[in-house]
Design a binder for this molecule. Structure first.
Ligand code: HEM
Ligand code: HEM
Length: 162
Protein backbone atom coordinates (compact mmCIF):
# COMPACT_ATOMS: atom_id res chain seq x y z
CA UNK A 1 0.00 0.00 0.00
CA UNK A 2 1.36 3.51 -0.81
CA UNK A 3 2.59 5.67 2.09
CA UNK A 4 1.69 9.34 1.42
CA UNK A 5 3.00 12.18 3.61
CA UNK A 6 -0.44 12.70 5.12
CA UNK A 7 -4.19 12.26 4.70
CA UNK A 8 -5.87 14.20 1.90
CA UNK A 9 -8.86 16.54 2.38
CA UNK A 10 -11.43 13.89 1.50
CA UNK A 11 -9.96 11.39 3.98
CA UNK A 12 -9.98 14.05 6.72
CA UNK A 13 -13.53 15.21 5.91
CA UNK A 14 -14.78 11.61 5.87
CA UNK A 15 -13.09 10.88 9.23
CA UNK A 16 -14.87 13.78 10.95
CA UNK A 17 -18.24 13.42 9.22
CA UNK A 18 -18.30 9.73 10.17
CA UNK A 19 -17.30 10.66 13.75
CA UNK A 20 -20.27 13.08 13.98
CA UNK A 21 -22.68 10.52 12.54
CA UNK A 22 -21.46 7.81 14.96
CA UNK A 23 -21.85 10.25 17.89
CA UNK A 24 -25.42 10.90 16.74
CA UNK A 25 -26.12 7.14 16.60
CA UNK A 26 -25.11 6.82 20.25
CA UNK A 27 -26.84 9.98 21.46
CA UNK A 28 -30.16 9.02 19.84
CA UNK A 29 -30.01 5.26 20.48
CA UNK A 30 -32.82 5.26 23.06
CA UNK A 31 -35.52 6.09 20.51
CA UNK A 32 -34.32 3.24 18.32
CA UNK A 33 -34.33 0.82 21.23
CA UNK A 34 -37.87 1.87 22.24
CA UNK A 35 -39.10 1.42 18.66
CA UNK A 36 -37.49 -2.01 18.48
CA UNK A 37 -39.05 -3.09 21.77
CA UNK A 38 -42.47 -1.77 20.64
CA UNK A 39 -42.20 -3.82 17.42
CA UNK A 40 -41.32 -6.85 19.57
CA UNK A 41 -44.60 -6.36 21.46
CA UNK A 42 -46.50 -6.26 18.17
CA UNK A 43 -47.27 -2.53 18.32
CA UNK A 44 -47.71 -0.51 15.12
CA UNK A 45 -45.23 2.37 14.97
CA UNK A 46 -45.96 5.92 13.87
CA UNK A 47 -43.25 7.58 11.74
CA UNK A 48 -40.50 9.03 13.95
CA UNK A 49 -37.81 11.32 12.50
CA UNK A 50 -35.44 10.23 15.30
CA UNK A 51 -35.82 6.56 14.44
CA UNK A 52 -35.44 7.40 10.73
CA UNK A 53 -32.26 9.35 11.51
CA UNK A 54 -30.78 6.24 13.19
CA UNK A 55 -31.67 4.04 10.23
CA UNK A 56 -30.55 6.44 7.48
CA UNK A 57 -27.65 7.91 9.47
CA UNK A 58 -26.37 4.35 9.98
CA UNK A 59 -26.76 3.45 6.30
CA UNK A 60 -24.95 6.68 5.38
CA UNK A 61 -22.07 5.65 7.67
CA UNK A 62 -21.80 2.35 5.78
CA UNK A 63 -21.69 4.11 2.39
CA UNK A 64 -19.13 6.68 3.58
CA UNK A 65 -16.89 4.03 5.12
CA UNK A 66 -16.89 2.04 1.85
CA UNK A 67 -15.79 5.24 0.09
CA UNK A 68 -13.14 5.81 2.75
CA UNK A 69 -11.74 2.28 2.44
CA UNK A 70 -11.68 2.61 -1.37
CA UNK A 71 -9.57 5.79 -1.05
CA UNK A 72 -7.30 4.12 1.48
CA UNK A 73 -6.70 1.12 -0.79
CA UNK A 74 -5.75 3.43 -3.66
CA UNK A 75 -3.94 6.21 -1.82
CA UNK A 76 -2.81 4.53 1.39
CA UNK A 77 -2.24 6.17 4.77
CA UNK A 78 0.82 7.85 6.29
CA UNK A 79 3.24 5.69 8.29
CA UNK A 80 3.07 5.85 12.06
CA UNK A 81 5.85 7.93 13.69
CA UNK A 82 9.17 6.04 14.02
CA UNK A 83 9.32 7.24 17.66
CA UNK A 84 6.50 4.78 18.48
CA UNK A 85 7.54 1.41 19.86
CA UNK A 86 6.66 -1.75 17.90
CA UNK A 87 3.97 -2.52 20.48
CA UNK A 88 2.40 0.94 20.15
CA UNK A 89 2.35 0.57 16.35
CA UNK A 90 0.67 -2.85 16.61
CA UNK A 91 -1.97 -1.42 18.99
CA UNK A 92 -2.59 1.57 16.68
CA UNK A 93 -2.94 -0.65 13.58
CA UNK A 94 -5.17 -3.14 15.39
CA UNK A 95 -7.40 -0.35 16.74
CA UNK A 96 -7.75 1.25 13.30
CA UNK A 97 -8.56 -2.12 11.70
CA UNK A 98 -11.16 -2.97 14.35
CA UNK A 99 -12.71 0.53 14.06
CA UNK A 100 -13.18 -0.06 10.32
CA UNK A 101 -14.66 -3.48 11.07
CA UNK A 102 -17.16 -1.98 13.55
CA UNK A 103 -18.07 0.78 11.05
CA UNK A 104 -19.10 -2.00 8.67
CA UNK A 105 -20.60 -4.56 11.06
CA UNK A 106 -22.71 -2.10 13.08
CA UNK A 107 -24.77 -0.93 10.06
CA UNK A 108 -24.97 -4.45 8.57
CA UNK A 109 -26.27 -5.97 11.82
CA UNK A 110 -28.68 -3.00 12.25
CA UNK A 111 -30.02 -3.44 8.71
CA UNK A 112 -30.54 -7.16 9.27
CA UNK A 113 -32.40 -6.47 12.51
CA UNK A 114 -34.56 -3.60 11.26
CA UNK A 115 -35.42 -4.65 7.71
CA UNK A 116 -35.37 -8.45 8.08
CA UNK A 117 -36.47 -8.80 11.71
CA UNK A 118 -33.44 -10.90 12.71
CA UNK A 119 -33.30 -11.00 16.48
CA UNK A 120 -29.78 -12.45 16.48
CA UNK A 121 -28.57 -9.47 14.44
CA UNK A 122 -30.16 -7.11 16.99
CA UNK A 123 -28.35 -8.92 19.80
CA UNK A 124 -25.04 -8.71 17.91
CA UNK A 125 -25.70 -4.98 17.26
CA UNK A 126 -26.26 -4.42 20.96
CA UNK A 127 -23.13 -6.34 22.04
CA UNK A 128 -20.94 -4.68 19.41
CA UNK A 129 -22.02 -1.20 20.46
CA UNK A 130 -20.03 -1.70 23.68
CA UNK A 131 -16.94 -3.05 21.89
CA UNK A 132 -17.14 -0.17 19.41
CA UNK A 133 -17.38 2.37 22.23
CA UNK A 134 -14.34 0.87 23.99
CA UNK A 135 -12.36 1.05 20.72
CA UNK A 136 -13.40 4.69 20.17
CA UNK A 137 -12.29 5.55 23.71
CA UNK A 138 -8.95 3.76 23.23
CA UNK A 139 -8.46 5.59 19.93
CA UNK A 140 -9.35 8.93 21.54
CA UNK A 141 -6.93 8.36 24.44
CA UNK A 142 -4.23 7.37 21.90
CA UNK A 143 -4.83 10.58 19.94
CA UNK A 144 -4.65 12.68 23.13
CA UNK A 145 -1.48 10.87 24.24
CA UNK A 146 0.15 11.75 20.92
CA UNK A 147 -1.05 15.33 21.02
CA UNK A 148 -0.43 16.29 24.64
CA UNK A 149 2.37 13.94 25.80
CA UNK A 150 4.40 12.77 22.77
CA UNK A 151 3.73 16.00 20.80
CA UNK A 152 4.32 13.86 17.70
CA UNK A 153 2.16 15.72 15.18
CA UNK A 154 -0.13 12.70 14.68
CA UNK A 155 -3.18 14.65 15.88
CA UNK A 156 -2.50 17.42 13.36
CA UNK A 157 -2.52 14.84 10.54
CA UNK A 158 -6.29 14.49 10.95
CA UNK A 159 -6.78 18.25 10.62
CA UNK A 160 -4.28 19.41 7.99
CA UNK A 161 -4.23 17.81 4.54
CA UNK A 162 -0.91 16.77 2.99
C1 HEM B 1 -22.35 2.79 12.91
C2 HEM B 1 -23.68 2.70 12.86
C3 HEM B 1 -24.56 2.43 14.05
C4 HEM B 1 -24.33 2.63 15.39
C5 HEM B 1 -23.07 3.19 16.06
C6 HEM B 1 -25.52 2.21 16.09
C7 HEM B 1 -25.70 2.26 17.47
C8 HEM B 1 -26.78 1.76 18.15
C9 HEM B 1 -26.93 1.75 19.58
C10 HEM B 1 -25.92 2.34 20.57
C11 HEM B 1 -28.10 1.13 19.88
C12 HEM B 1 -28.70 0.86 21.27
C13 HEM B 1 -28.48 -0.58 21.61
C14 HEM B 1 -28.87 -0.95 23.02
O1 HEM B 1 -28.95 -0.06 23.89
O2 HEM B 1 -29.03 -2.16 23.26
C15 HEM B 1 -28.72 0.74 18.64
C16 HEM B 1 -29.92 0.06 18.52
C17 HEM B 1 -30.48 -0.32 17.33
N1 HEM B 1 -30.02 0.02 16.07
FE1 HEM B 1 -28.27 0.90 15.62
N2 HEM B 1 -26.45 1.76 15.18
C18 HEM B 1 -25.92 1.90 13.92
C19 HEM B 1 -26.53 1.63 12.71
C20 HEM B 1 -27.81 1.10 12.58
C21 HEM B 1 -28.51 0.86 11.33
C22 HEM B 1 -27.98 1.21 9.92
C23 HEM B 1 -29.72 0.30 11.64
C24 HEM B 1 -30.87 -0.13 10.74
C25 HEM B 1 -30.99 0.13 9.48
C26 HEM B 1 -29.77 0.15 13.08
C27 HEM B 1 -30.81 -0.42 13.78
C28 HEM B 1 -30.87 -0.55 15.14
C29 HEM B 1 -31.92 -1.30 15.82
C30 HEM B 1 -33.05 -2.10 15.16
C31 HEM B 1 -31.67 -1.16 17.20
C32 HEM B 1 -32.50 -1.75 18.36
C33 HEM B 1 -32.11 -3.19 18.57
C34 HEM B 1 -30.80 -3.32 19.31
O3 HEM B 1 -30.69 -2.85 20.45
O4 HEM B 1 -29.84 -3.86 18.74
N3 HEM B 1 -28.59 0.68 13.62
N4 HEM B 1 -27.88 1.14 17.59
C1 HEM C 1 -16.42 7.49 15.88
C2 HEM C 1 -15.25 7.84 16.28
C3 HEM C 1 -13.99 7.60 15.47
C4 HEM C 1 -13.72 6.63 14.56
C5 HEM C 1 -14.63 5.49 14.09
C6 HEM C 1 -12.36 6.85 14.08
C7 HEM C 1 -11.70 6.06 13.16
C8 HEM C 1 -10.40 6.26 12.72
C9 HEM C 1 -9.69 5.37 11.83
C10 HEM C 1 -10.25 4.07 11.23
C11 HEM C 1 -8.46 5.91 11.61
C12 HEM C 1 -7.34 5.33 10.74
C13 HEM C 1 -7.30 6.05 9.44
C14 HEM C 1 -6.46 5.31 8.43
O1 HEM C 1 -5.23 5.35 8.54
O2 HEM C 1 -7.06 4.69 7.57
C15 HEM C 1 -8.40 7.14 12.36
C16 HEM C 1 -7.32 7.99 12.42
C17 HEM C 1 -7.21 9.06 13.28
N1 HEM C 1 -8.16 9.50 14.19
FE1 HEM C 1 -9.99 8.74 14.43
N2 HEM C 1 -11.85 7.97 14.72
C18 HEM C 1 -12.82 8.43 15.59
C19 HEM C 1 -12.71 9.51 16.43
C20 HEM C 1 -11.58 10.25 16.61
C21 HEM C 1 -11.40 11.31 17.60
C22 HEM C 1 -12.48 11.73 18.60
C23 HEM C 1 -10.13 11.78 17.45
C24 HEM C 1 -9.39 12.87 18.21
C25 HEM C 1 -9.88 13.69 19.05
C26 HEM C 1 -9.51 11.06 16.37
C27 HEM C 1 -8.26 11.29 15.88
C28 HEM C 1 -7.62 10.58 14.88
C29 HEM C 1 -6.29 10.86 14.39
C30 HEM C 1 -5.37 11.95 14.89
C31 HEM C 1 -6.02 9.91 13.40
C32 HEM C 1 -4.73 9.78 12.57
C33 HEM C 1 -3.87 8.68 13.12
C34 HEM C 1 -2.62 8.54 12.28
O3 HEM C 1 -2.28 9.43 11.53
O4 HEM C 1 -1.97 7.50 12.40
N3 HEM C 1 -10.41 10.13 15.88
N4 HEM C 1 -9.59 7.32 13.05
Amino acid sequence: MPKPAGYNRTQIALHWVIFLLVAMQYLLHEYMLEAWQAIGKGEVLAFSPLVASHVFGGILILLLVIWRIAIKLRRGAPVLPASESRLQQIIAHATHGLLYLMLILMPISGINAWFFGLDLAAQAHSVMRILFLVLILLHFVGALYHWLYLKSGVMQRMFKAA
